[in-house]
Design a protein around this ligand. Structure first.
Ligand SMILES: Nc1ncnc2c1ncn2[C@@H]1O[C@H](COP(=O)(O)OP(=O)(O)OP(=O)(O)O)[C@@H](O)[C@H]1O
Ligand SMILES: [Mg+2]
Length: 259
């Protein structure tokens, strides 16, 4: 079984509206999967449900991580197992600096992996790693002592999401529209961060509604996502087809209208 496995996953909003309508998908380490779909098709809803956001309920189907059924698990337990989500709209946490946020997140994962016993990272080791990753990802050092995402520009938020990924070293990273709002330099930084981390230790699920980031992160598998479902899967050439033809050929209502 792949590291991350979605089996007939259905997701509903708190009012019961079903948004994700049966998704089967397997993502393994060493693989980049891209999910591409139009606005409002349910991509972020799927991403939130994968992470265990309480407002997005899995109403049918199962979610497996490393062979374990994590469908009913909370976000913290999934994160401790190595699932990571970079948000489309990262929230600000006034009062919590980037540095202290990252250290707590790392220590929570370390504690879980140490059978629930505290095993905090030594501060010099943490600082060395943080500064190294910040330089590598071209995140301004000034951001480290600021409150997380508080007043950050769109590009700064996305870079800090990638910094979190680099520091937490997840096994599967889900990146929701991490490319939107980035200038070309930031896009390259984000893409190279993903490219460097994907390998025997990590796989990635890149969610996007346009092809731009895929010029820098080559997906092994592309899935077209329309109205809560994967309607087509293929290789990187599928992303190019979408770029030239748009989503219309994949939208059932439009096919009917044109017929
Ligand atoms: N918390 C919520 N409350 C109400 N409606 C919601 C909520 N979350 C999602 N929706 C609705 O679910 C549908 C799918 O939204 P979602 O954000 O998953 O789409 P998306 O594919 O990520 O779109 P985009 O490409 O614009 O990011 C939309 O109609 C949206 O308004
Ligand atoms: Mg979205």
């Amino acid at each position: 079984m792949a590291l991350l496995k979605l089996e007939n996953l259905h997701v509903a909003l708190e009012d019961g509206t079903e948004i994700v309508k049966g998704v089967d998908l397997e993502v393994d380490t060493n693989e980049v999967h891209a999910i591409m779909g139009p606005n409002g098709s349910g991509k972020s809803t799927l991403a939130y449900a994968l992470m265990g956001h309480p407002a997005y309920e899995i109403t049918e189907g199962r979610l497996y991580f490393d062979g374990e059924d994590v469908t009913e698990m909370g976000a913290d337990e999934r994160a401790q197992r190595g699932l990571f989500l970079a948000f489309q709209y990262p929230h600000a946490i006034p009062g919590v600096t980037v540095t202290s946020f990252l250290r707590s997140a790392i220590n929570a994962v370390r504690k879980a992996r140490n059978n629930g016993v505290d095993d905090p990272i030594a501060i010099p080791e943490f600082r060395k790693e943080l500064l190294g990753e910040m330089d590598r990802l071209k995140v301004s050092r000034e951001l480290a002592s600021r409150y997380l995402n508080d007043g950050f520009s769109g590009g700064e938020k996305k870079r800090v999401e990638i910094l979190q990924m680099a520091m937490l070293k997840p096994r599967i990273a889900v990146l929701d529209e991490t490319d939107s709002g980035l200038d070309i330099d930031a896009l390259r930084v984000v893409a190279s961060g993903v490219n460097e981390l994907v390998g025997p230790e990590m796989g990635a699920l890149v969610i996007t509604h346009y092809q731009r980031i895929l010029n820098y992160v080559t997906p092994d598998h592309v899935h077209v996502f329309v109205n809560g479902r994967i309607v087509a899967s293929g290789g990187p050439e599928l992303a190019e087809k979408l770029e030239s033809e748009g989503y219309d050929p994949f939208i059932p209502a439009k096919v009917v209208t044109e017929a």
